[in-house]
Design a protein around this ligand. Structure first.
Ligand code: HEM
Length: 150
């Protein structure tokens, strides 16, 4: 179960369903690094890019759930390098429900079926591109063969 939790985190790091979170508006003039942000400016946070930033993640493009096994990085918005549910007062209130649902669904699917790719296809051949949009989904359908476990 520890590994499954790490897999879910790794999927949400690489493919956050709301890649730009929800837009914010600055309440006052401020400066971040060298950028002047005027009052009432619309600010968009790119959680997708943060999740792949090489300053915060080793081999950021690699799918490597193990990176979540021996650390305390969680969804609550304390770890700014990992914010698939946003941060602060307007962060997603559905985190616990979402994670419980994903884990329950995934563990049942894995427990009851053996999963295979069709033909000679290998995992590394899968196209993991995302269709652009405010929320993301796979660009191409995922085709799998499910064999019920006896
Ligand atoms: C994998 C599943 C989910 C993801 C990745 C997700 C992600 C997000 C994100 C990124 C935001 C914007 C946070 C921000 O801008 O800081 C948000 C807001 C919100 N989410 Fe989710 N969410 C998920 C599931 C759910 C579920 C299951 C519910 C309800 C049962 C829910 C209810 C909401 C609501 C009501 C808001 C608006 C909060 C506000 O504006 O104050 N979400 N979600």
């Amino acid at each position: 179960m520890y590994y499954l939790k790490a897999v879910v985190k790794e999927v949400l790091r690489l493919h956050p369903p709301a890649p730009l979170l929800l837009p914010r508006e600055s309440m006052e003039d401020t400066k971040i690094l060298d950028y002047d942000i005027p009052k009432k400016c619309r600010v968009i946070v790119n959680a997708w890019a943060i999740g792949r930033h090489p300053d915060y993640w080793e081999m950021p493009e690699k799918f490597q759930p193990e990176r979540f096994l021996n650390n305390s990085i969680d969804y609550k918005g304390h770890d700014f390098q990992f914010i698939p549910f946003g941060v602060g007062r307007r962060a997603c209130p559905g985190i616990a429900f979402a994670i419980a649902t994903i884990e329950l669904l995934l563990s049942n699917l894995l427990n009851h079926f053996d999963w295979k790719l069709p033909g000679e296809l290998r995992g590394e051949d899968l196209n993991m591109d995302e269709a652009p949009g405010l929320t993301t989904r796979r660009k191409t359908s995922l085709v799998l063969i499910a064999e019920p476990q006896s």
